[in-house]
Design a protein around this ligand. Structure first.
Ligand SMILES: [Zn+2]
Length: 212
């Protein structure tokens, strides 16, 4: 569902551009809004959410899909935690659909999906592992990297229940905006994937904005 935001970028308390292949880590407090902006279009922002005070409570794709009765995420979607609490709600969306089924790219999936020599290519899972390694204070490790949301990524479910990685439906300037319902640690990997059309074969930067 397309829904414009009423928030103005010039009033944002925080703005940061995240290059493709980099991670982004920030606590967004309850009541604050965070926008992920697809600057150049057709980019995937692979995202994990954690309770900022207890990262064992984290975003749950399964609980979110069951509670809303739909596999796609868009304006109005409430993102549920592994404890079945609402973590964030999507309050604006100019792309219209986001994936939470396809999972993030990894060295292992690059190998099995594409070719053995793709194993060394940079992947989202590597970016998250770098994030938790560079931030020991979080007390997180490999085991905390679980299922995620691929904002802007188009993974339609076929009539017979199959998953397809399709060409993106996002474009330059499209965004998704979420209001936090608890203090949330946001961990984004701006996807460096070159082997499928989720980034239009050309990974590009995103911008993250936060309104207090
Ligand atoms: Zn990726």
């Amino acid at each position: 569902m397309i829904k414009q935001s009423v928030l103005k970028p010039e009033n944002a308390a925080f703005r940061e551009t995240v290059p493709a292949g980099e991670y982004f880590l920030k606590v967004v407090k309850a009541g604050e809004s965070v926008r992920i902006l697809d600057l150049e279009g057709n980019q995937a922002a692979d995202t994990l959410f954690y309770n900022a005070h207890n990262p064992t409570e984290r975003y749950s794709a399964v609980d979110t899909i069951r509670e809303q009765g739909n596999v796609y995420l868009t304006a109005g979607s409430k993102l549920m935690s592994s404890e079945n609490n609402v973590m964030l709600e999507i309050t604006a969306d100019t792309c219209g659909r986001h994936d939470t089924l396809g999972g993030a790219c990894a060295a292992e999936s690059n190998t099995t999906r594409y070719a053995l020599e793709k194993k060394c290519m940079h992947a989202c899972r590597d970016s998250w592992l770098v994030a938790v390694t560079e931030h020991e204070e979080l007390g997180m490790s490999k085991r905390d990297i679980t299922h995620n949301i691929n904002f802007f990524m188009n993974v339609p479910v076929t009539a017979d229940g199959g998953l397809t990685f399709a060409d993106g439906i996002s474009d330059a300037g499209k965004y998704v905006e979420l209001e936090a319902r608890m203090d949330v640690l946001v961990m984004i990997s701006n996807c460096p994937q070159l082997n499928n059309p989720c980034n239009g074969w050309n990974p590009t930067p995103i911008e993250v904005l936060v309104w207090s």
